[in-house]
Each structure stands twice: as C-alpha cells, then as structure tokens.
Design a binder for this molecule. Structure first.
Ligand SMILES: [Zn+2]
Length: 265
C-alpha cells in the first residue's frame, strides 16, 4: 500500500473532456500550479508521441521533455510545504537593508547555490534570532532554489506541525505509525524546521525533535533549523548535545540580530 505523505501535498487536479487538434475529443486534465493558477496538461497521446516516438532532438521531443520536467518541478514545489504567503519569497525578493541582512542573504544564497556539496557533507544551517526579520522568507527561498536548481526533495514545516503529526500517529485510525513519520522526515534531501522553540518544550515535544534530528544526523542529511531564539537560547531549549550535533561539520549559523522588519512595514 502506498503510504500517504504527512508533509507533502499533491497538486489538485481536474479531468475533463477536451479537444486535441490531432486526436480529437480526448480526456484532458488541468493541474494546480505553484503560483495558484491551473494549467491544462498536454494531450496524453501527443505527450506520449513526443516522448517515445519523435526522434531525440526534435522540437516535439524537446517540448515533451520540458513538459515532463515542468510538471515534476511544480509537484515538488507544491509538496514543499511553502505556504501561499511565502510562494513569492525568493532571494531576489528579499530586501536586505542592513549589512547584517546582506550577510544573512549571502549565507543563505551560498548554502542553496552549493547545496550539492552541503548535501554530501550533511551540513546544517541554523537561522537564529528575533521575530519578524525574514527567516522564513530566506528558508523558503532555499527550499525553492534547491528544488528548481538541484531537483532536490526539500520540505519546510514547523516544529509544531511535526509534533502534531507525531501525536496523531497514536490515534488507532491514523493509518500511519510514528516510524512512518520518522522515515518520511528522514527521507527528504533537505528538511527545514521552522519555529523551533515556539513550543513549551515538554519532554514529549523535545523527544520528537531529537528523534527527527538524530535520524537525519545518522543518515548525514542536512537540516535547516529556524528559531526565534539565539544560539545560546536554542542550546538551552533543545539541549547542548542536540545543538552540538547540529553544529558539527562546519554548520552555517546566521544570527538575526536586527530589529523586526514587521514593525517598520
Ligand atoms: Zn493529442
């Protein structure tokens, strides 16, 4: 049985009877796009012809390949957990107005540009500091970049959501186990955990976070941790051992220390 994902949503789809100039009345479908619009898919028979019959290098073949790639990138973006609010949040739309913001942007952009290397090293990135200064914007930019440029499986979620999904697994009708959740979270090429430290920090909440971080650490998979706490506060919250592991192997740290952007908007 195919295990449904707890973190990666599928694009909405709708099928309808449509026309193809070549094949006449056929089943067509439209699929939700990352920007919120719907896009009509190419006719299935035309797409098959382009991929399997048309010679490589022909315009028809190239177009069919491009369709396939665009669909796969779109699915990855919709499944990334980037919410509509942050869909337009890219490095290009981040407004760095102070030297420390510029440094934050450069560090995050560098991390995304060199993701192949960081992935191999399992190198983490910590975005720490006060509320409302674009950490989620930059984290979403990283996710979008590694999906588009590296074709990585990248997901952003919050610590609270991870904890909710874990808790639900205890419901006998949940249809999944705690192990399934751990396995899925460990499987992503990049996992961004936003709002770490926004919970009370109960024993259960921390043990869930530790389990996720430990599994990814053991598999040498990179994790981006986003927290409103500074590095010291984060260490007190998740424990020094967990923080040491996160910082191993030259992890990158961005401390956000400037005043909240939200107040000034
Ligand atoms: Zn057709």
């Amino acid at each position: 049985m195919a295990q449904r994902s707890n973190f990666r949503r599928q694009p909405e789809q709708r099928t309808f009877a449509g026309e193809c100039p070549v094949h006449g009345v056929v089943d067509r479908s439209e699929v939700e796009q990352f920007d919120g619009s719907m896009l009509t898919r190419p006719c299935k028979q035309c797409q098959f012809h382009g991929l399997r019959v048309s010679p490589q290098g022909s315009e028809e073949h190239s177009q069919a390949l491009a369709n396939l790639q665009a669909e796969s990138v779109n699915s990855a973006l919709i499944g990334s957990g980037i919410t509509p609010r942050f869909a337009g949040s890219t490095f290009a739309t981040y407004r760095a107005t102070t030297p420390s913001m510029t440094l934050a942007l450069e560090t995050c952009q560098g991390y995304a540009d060199n993701f192949g290397e960081h992935f191999q090293a399992g190198r983490n990135l910590l975005l720490c500091g006060n509320v409302g200064n674009g950490k989620t914007h930059l984290a979403s930019s990283i996710v979008q970049h590694v999906i588009r440029q590296h074709r990585a499986v990248a997901v952003i979620t919050t610590a609270a959501e991870i904890i909710r999904v874990f808790k639900r697994s205890m419901d006998r009708n949940a249809g999944y186990t705690e192990g399934d959740v751990i396995n899925e979270l460990a499987s992503f090429d990049l996992l961004v955990i936003d709002e770490v430290g926004a919970q009370a920090g109960t024993h259960y909440e921390l043990s869930v976070l530790h389990e996720v971080l430990d599994r990814r650490y053991n598999l040498i998979r990179p994790t981006v941790v986003v927290s409103n706490m500074n590095a010291k506060g984060l260490g007190q919250y998740i424990g020094e051992r967990a923080l040491d592991r996160l910082r191993e192997n030259k992890a990158l740290l961005v401390g956000f220390t400037w005043e909240s952007e939200r107040g000034r908007a």
